[in-house]
Design a binder for this molecule. Structure first.
Ligand code: NAD
Ligand code: ZN
Length: 368
């Protein structure tokens, strides 16, 4: 097996490892064997990912005496629905003649959320493994046990906290990822830098070309740093009730609003919207006197722009963005709560941001 790094997520009897490295997929069987979670794997994936990695996964598992059944779900967010989940559960139950069945999520965040929630509910819980295949999933969605499907009214409305037994982050898998998807994940990694780790922020500044070119060792470094930050926050606040996980929402209140306001055109994906949201939140931080040195905001703006991520939501209606952010579930009542940066590497929760300050940041964000 090649060199790999391990991060332990310590959650009592729900503890697990995040393993990060290159070419790990072909050793999947060995990991499964060590975990003793079963001999029959149901691998939830989609056609595109299956085509790229199905064979390797099958071979790796069968080599270790684990039988494999692949379950295909749609490529897009459409897979995160109760209808798709019901179909999946039905097929799993018909397949489940053995009692030692477990699930593997092989895909991006969509598959991770769906397969995780399916594992949480089938027979009141069977073990599952996350094999995140997007950068976003490796640094964010695969870690922490939040699983869910969507309802027509809103995303992630039905779900559970259910921790995986292993997260296998194989950096080699990212080679096939389209550049826009890579940047999508990179936006979240910049977020980790701003909220908790200025060394990570500086590393991205110095190595953005390598990262965008898919350099494995640069990617490994930023995935490791990001996963460690998420791990620490999850350990402190597994069920997202104590406030520690809240800082992960930096850039997300306005980011979600941008996604909602551009929903019909799909012009901005999640990471792009968060990138714009992070800049807007830094501007709010300056206006509120939370961020003392405006050079930090300029630095953030420059990094986001140089990574080829958008810095403005041009052409969107400021009123629509404002009303969309009012619906954000992270606001409590009419108090407009924001996570604002103090400097690169440090944020704090500001419970009441005046409406006028938010409106002016949104106007600036949408102006050419
Ligand atoms: N549970 C959590 O804590 C959490 C956190 C953040 C996001 N999410 C969820 O994650 C989802 C978004 O996840 P995502 O950004 O990974 O998108 P995604 O799962 O939709 O994947 C993006 C696209 O990339 C393709 N793809 C995946 N891996 C590939 C590879 N290695 N090579 C080529 N193509 C590949 C997929 O087929 C898909 O078309 C959303 O549903 C969001 O709600 C969950
Ligand atoms: Zn996000």
């Amino acid at each position: 097996m090649r060199a790999m790094r391990k991060i332990r997520v310590r959650l009592k009897d729900r503890s697990y490892d995040i393993v990060i490295g290159r070419g790990l997929l072909s050793s999947l069987g060995l990991f499964v064997k060590k975990l003793r979670i079963g001999r029959a794997a149901v691998v939830v994936t989609n056609k595109r990912v299956f085509k790229l990695y199905g064979k390797t996964v099958k071979k790796a598992l069968e080599k270790s005496g684990v039988s494999v059944k692949f379950e295909m779900v749609p490529e897009t967010e459409r897979a995160k629905s109760l209808e798709i989940m019901a179909g999946l559960l039905g097929r799993i139950s018909r397949y489940d003649r053995k009692r030692d069945l477990f699930l593997i999520a092989l895909g991006g965040g969509v598959i991770g959320d769906l397969a995780g929630f399916t594992a949480a509910t089938y027979k009141r819980g069977v073990p599952y493994i996350q094999i995140p295949t997007t950068l976003l999933a490796q640094v964010d969605s695969a870690i922490g046990g939040k699983t869910a499907v969507d309802l027509p009214l809103a995303k992630n409305l039905v779900g559970a906290f259910y921790q995986p037994r292993l997260v296998l982050s194989d950096v080699s898998i990212l080679k096939s990822l389209p550049k826009r998807e890579l940047k999508n994940g990179l936006a979240e990694i910049i977020k980790y830098g701003v909220i908790k780790d200025k060394a990570l922020f500086f590393f991205i500044e110095r190595n953005r070309k390598k990262i965008l070119d898919g350099d494995a060792s640069a990617l490994e470094h930023i995935i490791l740093s990001s996963s460690s930050i998420k791990r620490a926050l999850v350990e402190k606040d597994e069920l997202d009730k104590k406030g520690a996980r809240a800082m992960l929402n930096y850039g997300h209140t306005l980011g979600h609003a941008i996604e909602a306001a551009s929903a019909y055109s799909g012009r901005y994906n999640h990471g792009e919207a968060v990138a714009i949201g992070m800049i807007a939140a830094a501007n709010i931080a300056i206006k509120m006197g939370v961020m003392k040195d405006a050079r930090d905001a300029v630095r953030l703006y420059k990094l986001i722009a140089s990574c080829g991520l958008p810095v403005k939501a041009r052409g969107l209606s400021p009123d629509r963005i404002f009303s969309a952010q009012l619906c954000d579930k992270k606001h409590s009542g009419r108090d407009l709560k924001f996570i604002l940066p103090i400097e690169i590497g440090k944020v704090r929760v500001v419970p009441r941001v005046p409406e006028a300050v938010i409106r002016s940041a949104i106007t600036e964000m949408t102006r050419a």
